[in-house]
Write a protein that binds this ligand. Structure first.
Ligand code: ZN
Length: 198
């Protein structure tokens, strides 16, 4: 049963299709939008469109950015010989927020999951392997401690081993099944400091 007129229903449906938004929140957001000043809604819509069209993958680390090379990779003060491998741009942001990590990143955009049919070729592993041909001292694997994250970590460590590059895994200060982006900075730093060689 449609409770509201067509376009409002449509707006609610669009919101409800977003991750983490249930029907109630979708309704709340939709009504908020229709009550917002028109210019603000237009600005919001155009920023969304612009973000969608401009955002691309950094040529080096594969994170989402609006430049060819993201600001982290472009920063010459960072240690480009240390690469921290994370699953998502949000995980990268979580480590960035600590302000203590001075290396660079590699963003996989997912993790290997045989159950979901996600294989090594479905995430940005090829690009990581290419980077290993450069001047790399250490690969820090900071995938989540979920089954998928651990599977991915194992897979990467096997790829890195033959290159002779030091390969480490962040410590298990990160709770099992935990998503990196929800973990506090102290725990993240402890996990990084306590990383072990694979
Ligand atoms: Zn980058």
């Amino acid at each position: 049963m449609d409770l509201y007129s067509g376009i409002i229903n449509q707006l609610i449906e669009e919101f409800a299709a977003l991750p983490g938004i249930g029907q109630k929140s979708a309704q709340r957001l939709a009504f908020h939008i229709v009550n917002m000043p028109r210019e603000q809604v237009e600005r919001f819509a155009s920023v969304m469109c612009e973000a969608r069209s401009k955002v691309c993958y950094c040529k080096e680390c594969q994170t989402l950015t609006d430049r060819d090379i993201c600001p982290i990779c472009a920063n010459t003060r960072r240690d480009h010989g240390v690469i921290m491998v994370v699953e998502t741009t949000r995980d990268q942001a979580a480590y960035e927020k600590t302000g203590k990590y001075e290396g660079v990143y590699h963003v996989l955009h997912g993790a290997i999951s045989p159950m979901l049919g996600i294989g090594p070729n479905d995430i940005r592993l090829k690009e990581l392997i290419q980077r290993l041909e450069g001047d790399v001292k250490e690969v820090i694997i900071a995938t989540n401690s979920t089954l998928e994250g651990e599977t991915t970590a194992m897979y990467i460590s096997k790829l890195v081993k033959p290159t002779g590059i030091k390969c480490t895994r962040i410590a298990s200060g990160v709770p099992v099944g935990g998503d990196l982006e929800y973990i506090d900075e102290v725990t993240l730093l402890r996990a990084l400091d306590g990383r072990t060689q694979l």
